[in-house]
Design a protein around this ligand. Structure first.
Ligand code: PAF
Length: 281
């Protein structure tokens, strides 16, 4: 497995992979890899002949006061995990290869990026869309894989790829969970032992609310009860617990089509997100 930092080098390496024939899958990451990321690479190995993973902690998707500086950077360990999982190439660009001097373009995907995390983290999704569009143009993959854990991100990347005619199949991969059900996340490492013990309440609140809604309970009341249960479990603040259409992310107040229940809440200094499918019985 090779690791490249310069655009000329990665393009030459991609050219070599292409000259052997076969398809390429891209797994974009910000590093600090856990089993969830590795499941993306494993799925990528199944769908494509060659797999490229990117590692880039993208400054433009972090807001003022967020954890850009403290975000875990574990490149050596990440590279070893990627190689073991069957990755062919790692693209770990220097910041100036992604944002050269005078960089002045930003991609905004309206609709799906509004509300939910878009409301709590202004500018976040413009940063995500812009960097992912750049990665797509740098690697020119046939497939790109993203975790369902960041469900709103996945929806906006699908929309962007469609709107901008990227000839890339976007593949969503189910969330990997710890044995108690907590969604795997690079940010789980910020949790103290006590917070880690309580964090599973996020998944449990989603599961109970989803079961209640599938069973016919009123959506508004059920979401309110889920929020209250998170505060009772020790979360300091609930950004949202919402039921949205699984494709458009439009708000849903009656379960008539496949929907998604999404939540974000803060425990101590850490903001956790999770979501689950809610399908009509
Ligand atoms: O999900 C992530 O890790 C990031 O948002 C992504 C897609 C790699 C863009 O920086």
């Amino acid at each position: 497995m090779q690791l490249k930092r310069r655009l000329t080098e990665i393009r030459a390496a991609i050219g070599e992979l292409r000259s052997n024939g076969g398809t390429i899958a891209l797994v974009p990451t910000m590093g600090a890899l856990h089993a969830g990321h590795i499941s993306l690479v494993e799925r990528a190995c199944e769908v494509a002949d060659h797999v490229v993973a990117s590692i880039f902690v993208n400054p433009t998707q972090f807001g003022e006061g967020e954890d850009f500086d403290s975000y875990p950077r574990t490149e050596e360990e990440d590279a070893a995990k990627l190689e073991a999982a069957g990755c062919d190439l790692v693209w770990a660009p220097t910041p100036d290869e992604v944002y050269p001097d005078g960089f002045s373009t930003s991609i905004a995907v309206t609709g799906v990026s509004e509300g939910l995390c878009g409301a709590a983290r202004p500018g976040h999704f413009d940063g995500v869309a812009t960097v992912v569009a750049k990665l797509f143009n740098q690697i020119l993959p046939d497939y790109a894989l993203f975790g369902e854990k960041d469900y709103q991100q996945l929806a906006l990347i699908r929309r962007m790829a469609r709107d901008l005619d990227f000839q890339i199949e976007i593949i969503g991969v189910p969330t990997m969970r710890e044995t108690d059900g907590l969604a795997m996340s690079s940010r789980n490492m910020y949790l103290t032992a006590d917070e880690r013990g309580r964090a599973v309440a996020l998944r449990n609140a989603l599961r109970s609310a989803a079961d209640a809604i599938i069973g016919g309970a009123a959506v508004g009341e059920t979401l309110g009860a889920a929020q209250a249960s998170l505060i009772d479990a020790g979360f300091a603040l609930v950004d949202y617990v919402e039921l949205r259409d699984a494709d458009t992310l439009d708000p849903v107040d009656r379960l008539e089509r496949p929907a998604r229940l999404l939540a974000a809440a803060r425990i101590g200094q850490t903001r956790l997100i999770d979501n689950i499918a809610v399908n009509p019985a």
